[in-house]
Each structure stands twice: as structure tokens, then as C-alpha cells.
Ligand binder design. Structure first.
Ligand code: SF4
Length: 364
């Protein structure tokens, strides 16, 4: 262990907090004319109207008025705006997304939550407005050409948004679940930090959707994951999703994404507590697996995050990290190999102790 931050200190473990996520109600909803021409765009329009949210229709297919005087104000304006647009032609050329899934298909881009390590920082260009796609049914039909006969091809829809964070406004996730429920060789994967899963429980998913929640240590979630459901509320949500239908649940295959894992001062105690609570919440037979993702950042994401959250307590010290380069020369900072090994060993051992028949898909 080379990094003193990883040494466990005796600190009180915070008691779990059962707090649902606050439903996101944007201050501004803008539809483009193209989006309103789509039947699914009309459905979103009706949903948003029923919530009495202020609606505009833009003159052309561009969304303007998102810039404030500085980055903080731009952030505030954009995070309070839902734009309903058509996905561009490039969105129909799917990108591979290993190790999480075969392909990514984005039903929206931008997220209403406020995680101070947000994965979107530096990935999406421009103000962090939430764009939902009105031509989603066409995007779904397009996925059929990516299916590979004879195996389950997986499609990830949560790379650039929190799909449940916007579901009450769009119904997009339900649309995806129903579509994949009709496919024999394609599986949908989504992940969320929200807990509002009731509307998903009765959908005809036919076992073709893996519902996942993202979890973290209690103190990380409280300190860094603004606008999301508490960890305890997420645990209740995954229990509901996994419970068999005859017991009132959704009967979904489920997944647990522990991310981003951080060697906070009392990390062993905190993550032990998390895994213990998970074992209590999922105390019945179900189809589940796990993904473990350690924290990382790039120079670009750090720069954007420091503008969005100038007072953050998130540790992003290059000097304590290992630098990795991708094939295009881009840099990212991950934990040093020894630290990474210590964390990985802990999670693999503790997971297998509690969930011997639930595979670990990967550590990264
Ligand atoms: Fe970013 Fe995901 Fe948090 Fe949304 S839930 S703010 S996409 S890290």
C-alpha cells in the first residue's frame, strides 16, 4: 500500500439514510419542430403538459439561451432545461462500449443529477442541458441490425444520462424495455441512481432487460452525489426490481454497479457496510451480477468539474495517481497499481463471500 489515504482510520460509520430522489421538474422545456413531428415526441409533450411545466417550441431545430454569464450560471441554466429533440443521424451508428455492453444507444444525453465526479464532464460538448430523443422508436428499430444471431447482444442506454431521473417526463426507458421484451437475442442494460421504479414493475420485459443500480459508500453518496436517491432508497429499488412478480416485484435480472470506488479514509468499513446491506436487501434467489469501477479522471474532466463544482472535496490529485494513455494519446489518472490491487482484492473476496453465485463482470 503506497498511498496513505488508503490506510483505514477509525471513524464512525454513518447510519443509512432512506431518502428518495427528488423528482426533477425542469424550469424550461423546449421542443424542436422536428421532435414534435414524431409520435413519441407528442407523447412526451403530453406527459410534460400534464405536469404543468412551461413548454416552448423552438423556431428551428437548435436550442439556444443556455449560456449564462459564467460556467456556474451556464451549468444552472442547462441543468434546469429539458430539450426534446431528434437524435442526429450519427446516433444511429452505434459505438461499442466494452466492458459494460456490446453497444451503447443513448435515449437521452445530459443528466438532472449533480454528482461531483460526473462521468459526463468532458464527454459531452457544450452546456450540460438534458436532451431527450423524440425519434427513440426509430433508434430502437435500428438496433436490430446490430444483433448477432446465436448470442445475446447487449445494448447500454445509460452512458450519458440517468434514465430513471428523466423517466417521469419522457417514458423513454419504458419504451426501450417494451421493445427489448419483444427481442429474443438482444438485451437492454440500464443503470440508475434514482429510486422511482414503480412504473417499471409491470412492464413486459420478458427477461431481456438487466436493471442495475449504481451504489457507493454512504459518505461518498452523501458528499458527492447531489440530487440522487440515498443509497438505502436505491437498495429498496433494486429489491423491488428483482423480487419475483408473484411477490409484487418486477422479476428483472439485476446488476449492481459499485462506482466510483474510492479509498476514502475508512473505506473497508464503509464498503463492508454497503455489501452487508446489499445482502440484506437481496436476501432471495435472483439473477444478478456485479461491476466494479474505480474512480478516474482526465485533465479535461477535471477542468470541467472544477468549473461546475469549484468547492468540491473530491480528490483529483494527479501526483497520487498512475497515468494511463490511450491509443490516441489521451491521458487518464487512475489509482496506482498497488492501491488498485488492494481495492480489487477486497471487493472480489467480500463479494464472493456474500454472493457466490453472482458473477463479477469486471473490475476497472
Ligand atoms: Fe453524472 Fe451519472 Fe451522476 Fe448523472 S447520475 S450526474 S450522469 S454521474
Amino acid at each position: 500500500m503506497t498511498d496513505t489515504r488508503i490506510i483505514s482510520e477509525v471513524m464512525p460509520v454513518q447510519q443509512p439514510l432512506l431518502r428518495p430522489a427528488k423528482l426533477w421538474l425542469p424550469k424550461r422545456v423546449v421542443f424542436t419542430p422536428d421532435a414534435l413531428d414524431e409520435p413519441f415526441g407528442q407523447q412526451i409533450y403530453e406527459r410534460v403538459s400534464a405536469l404543468n411545466l412551461p413548454i416552448e417550441v423552438s423556431k428551428n431545430n437548435r436550442i439556444t439561451g443556455l449560456r449564462g454569464a459564467d460556467e456556474r450560471e451556464t451549468y444552472r441554466i442547462a441543468k434546469n432545461t429539458l430539450a426534446v429533440v431528434n437524435a442526429p443521424p450519427s446516433a444511429f451508428r452505434l459505438q461499442p462500449i466494452p466492458p459494460s455492453a456490446d453497444w451503447q444507444m443513448n435515449l437521452a444525453e445530459g443528466c438532472p443529477a449533480h454528482c461531483q465526479y460526473c462521468y459526463l464532464a468532458g464527454s459531452l460538448a457544450g452546456p450540460p442541458v438534458i436532451r431527450a430523443y423524440a425519434n427513440l422508436p426509430k433508434m430502437l428499430a435500428n438496433t436490430a441490425s446490430y444483433e448477432q444471431p446465436g448470442r445475446q447482444t447487449t445494448f447500454e442506454v445509460s452512458c450519458y444520462t440517468d434514465v430513471i431521473g428523466i423517466e417521469h417526463l419522457t417514458g423513454s426507458l419504458a419504451e426501450c424495455i417494451r421493445y427489448f421484451g419483444t427481442r429474443d437475442e438482444a438485451q437492454l442494460r440500464f443503470v440508475t441512481k434514482y429510486n422511482q421504479v414503480e412504473s417499471l414493475l409491470d412492464l413486459p420485459h420478458n427477461g431481456q432487460t438487466r436493471a442495475r443500480v449504481s451504489l457507493n459508500a454512504e459518505s461518498v453518496a452523501r458528499r458527492l452525489e447531489g440530487g440522487t436517491a440515498s443509497v438505502e432508497a436505491r437498495l429498496q429499488a433494486i429489491r423491488q426490481l428483482a423480487l419475483p412478480k408473484e411477490l409484487g416485484g418486477g422479476g428483472y435480472p439485476v446488476g449492481l454497479v459499485i462506482a466510483p470506488i474510492m479509498p476514502i479514509p475508512n473505506w473497508r468499513e464503509e464498503y463492508t457496510r454497503l455489501l452487508d446491506r446489499l445482502a440484506e436487501a437481496l436476501d432471495f434467489e435472483c439473477d444478478m451480477n456485479a461491476e466494479f469501477i474505480s474512480h478516474r479522471f482526465t485533465p479535461g474532466s477535471k477542468d470541467v468539474l472544477m468549473q461546475w463544482y469549484p468547492n468540491t472535496t473530491l480528490e483529483m490529485e494527479e501526483a497520487t495517481r498512475a497515468e494511463k494513455r490511450n491509443k490516441f494519446g489521451g491521458r487518464k489518472y487512475v489509482y496506482r497499481p498497488d492501491d488498485m490491487q488492494t481495492l480489487k482484492k477486497f471487493f472480489y473476496e467480500e463479494w464472493r463471500k456474500r454472493f457466490p453465485s453472482a458473477p463479477i463482470l469486471y473490475w476497472t
